[in-house]
Design a protein around this ligand. Structure first.
Ligand code: LMR
Length: 396
């Protein structure tokens, strides 16, 4: 019966994670999947989350189903984080938010809802982007194409080409954007460039779908929400998917949210209903535990402040590793211009690494990066960064 099933080639990021796990070498370095490691090379447990776990463990409540839209307290704190504390758009009831199974779940539910009500439109993703963006959008039935984003010759954002392409799109095209810490390139837009993109979205009547998985790891929690708030200011209707995997170091709990920003409260209540229906059809309701941790931290002034300082610490450490990698590469190859690495933000660096060089990095040096040349800078630490820089210099 199932003989018709073809083999799955595997996911390029998740497959490497397994290969890394099974690598017996002691001095291996994982710069493949987007995981934040501390300077000791461990995926940390945040102090704010440990305290929340202790508080949640006191609960004597049974484990009940959450509503389709998830924990209301979690949705509320997610709105504050994304749109700003006491944002007018929230007070006006114009934002419908649900808890989702990670950021991927948010992308899936949002794609399903838009596809259902805009069956004729196409979707556009940046070239390059996170591989799963295309997979999720195509899985929802969209025809997906790319808009230019990154210039491999300059190793930098190609803003003019991006803006020009978006200006040509038919009205209502779904455009996936990374508000900060672009995955995989780390090349972000400045606030002034985002303003220009917001103008294009408004004048071309595009449907922006924002995927924000790294808020706080670029410039800061508020700064990294610039695009979200600029779209609100421009009175646009759009979607935001967010993830707490990285910024709470809660990868396995699959905590995310999906918000639809609408023209008025009535529209938002219908948007909420449609998201609930899509959830019911996909997985019925989200899991409770991780969301209880996130909302416990964000709802407590002291834990919230502690968490913010922990996110700051992660950002500063990633940036210092980026600088150390840059120094190491400049020292090993003084004739190459490595400054593009310093212009990148967030968890990732993006270098012109060819597939054969990637294989050598892995096989000879135990350094794992993904094939596109994306380097998870957050996997570097003071103990491995010089060795990694020498490995890169040896293969490039
Ligand atoms: C990544 O880009 O490495 C992460 O978002 C993890 C994943 O699921 O791919």
């Amino acid at each position: 019966m199932f003989n018709v099933l073809s083999a799955y080639a595997g996911d390029p990021i998740l497959s490497l994670q397994l290969a890394y796990r099974d690598d017996a070498r002691a001095d291996k370095t994982n710069l493949s999947i987007g995981l934040y490691y501390d300077d000791q090379g461990n995926v940390p447990r945040l102090k704010s989350v440990i305290e929340a776990q202790a508080r949640v463990a006191q609960s004597t409540q049974p484990s009940m189903y959450l509503p389709m839209s998830g924990d209301p307290a979690y949705c509320k704190v997610s709105q504050a984080l994304l749109f700003g504390q006491d944002a007018d758009v929230i007070k006006q009831g114009r934002v419908a938010t649900i808890q989702t199974v990670g950021g991927s779940g948010a992308l899936k539910v949002g794609s399903d809802v838009i596809r259902r009500f805009f069956p004729a439109i196409e979707a556009r993703i940046s070239n390059p982007t996170w591989d799963n963006h295309r997979a999720i959008l195509e899985g929802a039935g969209f025809k997906v194409d790319t808009y230019p984003y990154f210039n491999r010759d300059t190793q930098r954002l190609d803003f003019d080409a991006m803006a020009a392409a978006l200006r040509q799109l038919p009205a209502q095209t779904l455009v996936l954007l990374h508000p900060c810490c672009h995955n995989p390139t780390g090349a972000d837009l400045s606030p002034a460039q985002w303003d220009e993109i917001v103008d294009i979205i408004a004048s071309r009547q595009l449907i922006a779908f924002l995927d924000t998985a790294y808020q706080g790891l670029g410039e800061g929690l508020e700064q990294d929400a610039y695009l979200i708030r600029a779209l609100v200011k421009a009175n646009q209707s759009f979607l935001v998917a967010n993830s707490y995997s990285k910024i709470f170091s809660l990868y396995g709990e699959r905590c995310g949210s999906l918000s639809m920003v609408c023209a008025n409260a009535d529209e938002a209540s219908r948007a909420l209903g449609q998201m609930q229906q899509a959830v019911r059809r996909n997985y019925s309701s989200p899991p409770a535990y991780g969301a209880s941790l996130v909302q416990t931290v964000l709802n407590d002034a002291e834990l919230n402040a502690l968490w913010r300082s922990e996110v700051d610490e992660m950002r500063v450490r990633i940036q210092s590793m980026r600088e150390r990698l840059h120094q190491g590469l400049c020292a090993a190859q003084p004739n190459v211009d490595w400054d593009f690495l310093l212009a990148q933000r967030g968890m990732f660096g993006y270098a012109p690494v060819l597939a054969a060089q990637m294989n050598r990095l892995r096989d000879e040096f135990g350094v794992y990066i993904i094939e596109s040349g994306r380097i998870c800078v957050a996997g570097l630490n003071t103990g491995n960064v010089d060795r990694v820089a020498r490995a890169f210099a040896a293969v490039l």
